[in-house]
Design a protein around this ligand. Sequence first.
Ligand code: URA
Length: 248
Amino acid sequence: MSMDASQEATAGVIAEKKTGLAAIARQIAGCTDCGLCRGRNRTVPGEGNPDARIMFIGEGPGFYEDQQGRPFVGAAGKFLDELLAGIGLDRKKVFIGNVVKCRPPNNRDPQPDEIEACGKYLDAQLATIAPKVIVTLGRFSMQRYFPGESVSRIHGTPRRKGEMIVVPMYHPAAALHQGSLRRVIEADFARLPGFLEKVLEGETPVVDRAEVPPHLKKGTAATTPAETAPATTDATPAAAESQQMRLL
Ligand code: URA
């Protein structure tokens, strides 16, 4: 079946985005702008749908990512894949990137100068993909948008940043270290399809102060699973699957 004019235009945009991301990945591959280049085996530019409506931003590559040149392929990545599957998505439908594209030695935290040096690549990826929703995974990507905030206080709460909605989340690895966080992250993920739906309808799913769930209100102690809002019903696999077709 031949494409109509609008399908052709969409295919052209996607092809352009793909080419743009490949050019950014080549720049990253040759980058020596910070000390992380000295210890890397592979750069990890990120991967996924060039036309994704939702982009996940983690921290930086670990051991397996550095070996394979792909983001989130270790234990945290396995959990991320499960979280995505839980809302009817897989990684090919979204884009997954990191704040830094080279592995920090011994998986230490990325340093401010490294994050700064790598920021131009993330900016370029964001400008190319133009996602509607950004999900930050962990504090380093959260700090890019909400400096001085803490993940335990604002996780799961969408906020508008320019043209995009940013939803801060715990890093999936946090649940591997602290089992009680697993249900918190799952509950936050379960609300994502609803946020996306609102964004695509032109609404801003920003939670007003009055609507902030009690466990997220300022000055409240970090969330415990018992305090976490239950998953919304639209996160059931069947509902999520039909949403997936529309959303991504
Ligand atoms: N943790 C991250 O933040 N990013 C990866 O790519 C892998 C683990």
